[in-house]
Design a protein around this ligand. Structure first.
Ligand code: NAD
Ligand code: UDP
Length: 320
């Protein structure tokens, strides 16, 4: 029987964190979920309230932590641009001080720490697709820098704790992930388009809608995180779906799948919005045996079903 662990998941009440908690509990682990609920919600964990191996702690990841654990998944950080730009100083501190706190905890406990890094560390990339050895192109003084630079510094701390203190670290560079439990007012493109289509409201394309992203279904991303944590690789490893599409194509897909006749409208492109983004996942394939399994249409259908259910009865906790 595979060994079980005492696991801390920070950012547990968020979109990715709540799915990760589910998967860890399914595997028999004991899980503490830590979150300050700044961009997450208790609804995401409501179905785990009575679970005998789950405990929730409402706390800032930057605060001292006295838990005893042997695995730490550090996901605490707002991830959608409107959320992380609401309190940019808080966002930088969450990444830098929060990661430092968790690395200190890992050092004290002899625990392994997985850091949820991001494709945003590549900024508006000059090379395509992005490989892990590309060092990125980030505007350090722009409105996205609080997130991008915070995450870059978090990566630096991880590798310095490895070199200086021997802490076992794993760094995942997560590309755009979507799925059930994204918040309707999250502000990211997939949730915006689905909510707008279901309500018959205008679909807001920023800029000319020709910028690209690659969308990975949440089950695939979580599978990659679990594999990386238990692998011998420190990373950084890209986790993303290499199927690259424009936002226009995404809008058309969502309209087709919802059967909506909502109209497209164009809004200004936010400053420093990356024009192209696509992961090179050769490393993840080689060292983790990982590649995404869920095609976009299938993942969108499951996400649309979840939004439709929650929008119809907003108070019902999601059990997707
Ligand atoms: P999310 O906003 O849904 O979840 C983040 C969670 O962290 C929320 O529950 C929030 O309340 C919590 N949090 C934020 N600041 C905190 C703090 N100071 N102390 C304690 N808790 C705090 O976002 P998500 O999409 O689930 O992203 C989770 C992690 O994955 C983030 O670190 C994000 O940077 C990373 N990531 C996500 C994506 C994606 O596409 N979803 C892509 C790249 C990286
Ligand atoms: N976007 C859009 N309409 C929206 C929300 C976002 O066209 O209603 C665009 C945004 O400008 C970006 C892309 O969709 O080019 C992805 O945005 P998101 O915020 O989801 O993720 P990120 O920019 O962080 O990759």
């Amino acid at each position: 029987m595979p060994s079980t662990h005492d696991i801390l998941v920070t950012g547990a009440a968020g979109f990715l964190g709540s799915h990760l908690c589910d998967r860890l509990l399914e595997r028999g682990h004991r899980v503490v979920g830590l979150d300050n609920l700044c961009s997450g919600t208790r609804d995401n964990l409501a179905h785990l309230q009575a679970h005998p191996r789950f405990r929730f702690v409402e706390q800032n990841v930057t605060a001292p932590c006295t838990l005893q654990v042997d695995r730490i998944y550090n996901l605490a950080c707002p991830a959608s641009p409107p959320h992380y730009q609401q309190d940019p100083v808080g966002t930088t501190l969450t990444s830098v001080l929060g990661t430092w706190r968790m690395l200190e905890l890992a050092r004290r406990c002899g625990a392994r720490l997985l850091q949820a890094s991001t494709s945003e560390i590549y900024g508006d990339p000059a090379v395509h697709p992005q490989r892990e050895d590309y060092h990125g192109d980030v505007n350090t003084v722009g409105p996205r820098a609080c997130y991008d630079e915070g995450k870059r510094c978090a990566e630096t701390l991880c590798f310095d704790y490895l070199r200086q203190h021997g802490v076992a670290v794993r760094v995942a560079r997560i590309f755009n992930t979507y799925g059930p439990r994204m918040l309707p007012d999250d502000g990211r493109v997939v949730s915006n388009f689905i909510v707008q289509a279901l309500h018959g409201q205008d679909i807001t394309l920023y800029g000319d809608g020709r910028q690209t992203r690659c969308f990975c279904f949440v089950d695939d991303t979580v599978d990659g995180l679990l594999r990386l944590m238990e692998s011998d690789s420190t990373g950084p490893v890209n986790l993303g779906n290499p199927h690259e599409i424009t936002m226009r194509v995404l809008a058309a897909e969502v309209l087709a799948l919802t059967g909506s006749s909502a109209q497209l409208v164009f809004r200004p492109l936010p400053q420093d919005d990356p024009r192209r983004r696509c992961p090179d996942i050769a490393l993840a394939q080689r060292v983790l045996g990982w590649s995404p399994q869920v095609p976009l249409a299938q993942g969108l259908r499951r996400t649309i079903d979840d939004f439709a259910r929650r929008l119809a009865s907003p108070r019902t906790p999601d059990e997707a």
